[in-house]
Design a protein around this ligand. Structure first.
Ligand SMILES: [Zn+2]
Ligand SMILES: [Zn+2]
Length: 377
């Protein structure tokens, strides 16, 4: 009996470790299940001025794969068999801390990556923030789900006042309710894709502090112009709100700079159109992480991130959506390694500074290979 008990305890702990490893993936896959596909007759060009909304659900302008149960099962089996043992670093990755005075004293056109897709920009003497995620886990729960690989380089409390926060979509690794509520007191205004702002209002953010934009809509705030541009992705935070809020990328322009922020996206022809309309870009902040061949229609593979940067007519690429959360099967450092090799192959100027490093967007420094020494320690 005793050995049976030991066996079942061992079995349970093995089962728990397997399930806890695939849980974030299952959450993502479940959210993706109801993804609506365009039938070929309904496919419209991305030249279409607005996003499409069918029966309350937004849809991509290009066809995306429908997730079948069979496909889901094969993805789960890949997840268990292909998961890299190095998908999470052994210890917290190194970062550079940021002080409030460093931000206040910095020149205009400086940026700091705070982690994942959270970017702080200093433009025209004001601060702008993308997809602010400061919580420990990118998950509906702070007990389970992907846990961050590093501390925040600066806390919300220490951040100076922010002129505007813009969001790409409502997934937990981009829209952090606790962060939004804490930021509210020091943020002048929130900019969201359509319907995402309704969720902020539900959370208690005053309606007059929110501007919701459709694809290709532009808003100017002094000398800073934000344009909500298309992305090929999906949305949802639970089982009953899939695709109800729009997903987007953003173009950020000032008289001195043009920047592109990808949000999350599969590779699609929209990048070329955004490049034709707004390019060339000084820096593209390009999703390069959480990729896998099984879902490359909603997250780009590294070579597609480089191709999207070229389509956009970007000068420097700054890969984001990596180094903070484990959301796929690849090693945590794989995005940095792959994009470094690809940037050499395609002669693309690459920025891979340590998180928290200030970057002069008018004269960026070249790449930095910080992860190589850390991972080999
Ligand atoms: Zn997403
Ligand atoms: Zn994401």
């Amino acid at each position: 009996m005793k050995s049976d008990f030991r066996f079942s305890k061992k079995y349970l702990s093995l089962l728990y470790s397997r399930v806890s490893k695939i849980l974030p993936f299952l959450v993502m896959a479940t959210l993706a299940l109801p993804l609506t596909a365009y039938t070929p007759e309904e496919v419209t060009s991305v030249n279409n001025i607005k996003s499409k909304n069918l029966d309350g659900k937004f849809v991509n302008n290009t066809e995306t794969n429908v997730f079948s149960v069979k496909k889901l099962m094969s993805m789960v089996s890949n997840y268990i068999s292909e998961k890299s043992p190095e998908s999470v670093p052994q210890s917290d990755i190194p970062i550079q801390r940021i002080s409030p005075s460093q931000i206040l004293d910095a020149n205009n056109n400086t940026m700091w990556r705070l982690g994942h897709s959270t970017i702080l920009l200093k433009l025209r003497n004001k601060l702008w923030l993308s997809d602010p995620v400061f919580s420990d886990r990118a998950s509906p729960s702070q007990f389970v789900g992907p846990k961050r690989f590093h501390e925040n380089p600066i806390s919300i409390d220490q951040l100076p006042n922010i002129a505007g926060v813009f969001f790409s979509h409502d997934h937990y690794d981009h829209l952090d309710k606790a962060a939004v509520l804490e930021l509210n007191k020091k943020v002048e205004h929130f900019y969201t894709p359509l319907k995402l702002g309704d969720l902020l209002i539900q959370w208690g953010i005053p309606e007059n502090k929110i501007t919701q934009l459709d694809w290709w809509e532009t808003v100017s705030i002094g000398e800073v112009t934000l344009t909500c541009t298309p992305a090929q992705h999906f949305s949802g935070r639970g089982l009953f709100d899939s695709d109800k809020r729009l997903w987007a990328s953003w173009v950020i322009e000032t008289p001195a700079l043009k920047l592109f922020f990808s949000g999350d996206s599969g590779y699609f022809k929209g990048f070329k159109e955004i490049g034709d309309r707004f390019g060339p870009f000084d820096v593209t902040f390009m999703e390069t992480g959480a990729y896998n061949k099984s879902w490359d229609d909603i997250h780009m593979m590294p070579n597609q991130s480089i191709q999207a940067h070229l389509d956009l007519n970007g000068k420097w690429i700054y890969p984001i959506h990596n180094g903070t959360f484990d959301l796929s099967l690849h090693a945590w450092f794989d995005p940095f390694e792959k994009v470094t090799n690809l940037s050499k192959q395609f002669n693309v100027k690459l920025l891979t500074p340590m998180i928290g490093t200030p970057i002069n967007l008018l004269k960026p420094n070249s790449d930095n290979l910080w992860w190589k020494t850390f991972k080999d320690q």
